[in-house]
Design a protein around this ligand. Structure first.
Ligand code: NI
Length: 228
């Protein structure tokens, strides 16, 4: 069972086929997915978290999972080589879009690694897929810093950063939840964030998402049908 949720154009409400899809998905992914959902909901709770996104974790998850509102949209960011980038640069490619931050200790590196491995598994057909990593921590994740980070996961992974407003615009367009959480000493912070891998069509439509922790084989198998 592939975890990718197919997004149907014009669907505004949950409907039976998608719901049915999720029941085996929950069963098939054992504790990992259930834990991820619980974590996402819990992320909404910290009192000291400064929510930066327009949506709470629960709202963001609801929209992404059930396709209640459009997901994705235009952006104007800077890549890890310092070059200005917009969505127009990637037209004609399937996009795997992931939001996170380089200081993330666990979930971000795991998912980015799985994206890289999935591309390797697709072989030469992966040329039609462009993986993007958009930082939610632009203050620390400068282009120079991303330049050291993204090649660890895949040579074709593109890291994207920008000013706070540009990051918020793209995060809100993708219905990403993120919040700044200071550590108790107040001299440092972490970023709580939803961690979905978005699959976007070659013409920019939202096709679905992979939940956190989806392994490379599932990602590759779910992308394959879209590669013609
Ligand atoms: Ni993370």
């Amino acid at each position: 069972m592939a975890p990718l949720v197919p997004a149907k154009a014009g669907t505004q409400r949950p409907h039976a086929p998608r719901l049915l899809f999720w029941i085996p998905a929950f069963a098939g992914m054992s504790g990992v997915w259930v834990f991820a959902v619980a974590l996402l909901l819990a992320l909404n709770l910290p009192i000291h978290a400064q929510q930066l996104s327009a949506r709470s974790a629960a709202e963001a998850m609801d929209i992404v999972m059930w396709n209640r509102e459009p997901v994705g949209g235009p952006f104007a960011l800077t890549d890890h080589t310092g070059r200005a980038r917009t969505e127009a640069d990637f037209k004609g490619k399937l996009l795997l879009v992931y939001f996170g931050f380089t200081w993330c200790p666990d979930i971000c590196p795991t998912d980015l690694q799985n994206i890289g491995l999935a591309l390797d598994r697709l072989g030469s057909s992966a040329e039609a897929v462009q993986p993007l990593f958009v930082t939610l921590d632009p203050a620390r994740d400068t282009a120079e810093h991303l330049k050291d980070y993204v090649p660890m996961f895949h040579p074709r992974l593109i890291g994207l950063t920008g000013d706070d407003a540009a990051i918020k615009r793209v995060a809100d367009a993708y219905k990403v939840y993120y919040a700044k959480v200071p550590n108790p000493r107040g001299d440092d912070y972490t970023i709580d964030h939803s961690a979905f891998i978005y699959l976007m069509s070659a013409d920019g439509r939202y096709l679905g998402f992979f939940p956190p922790g989806t392994d490379a084989d599932r990602i590759a198998a779910s992308i394959k049908p879209y590669l013609k």
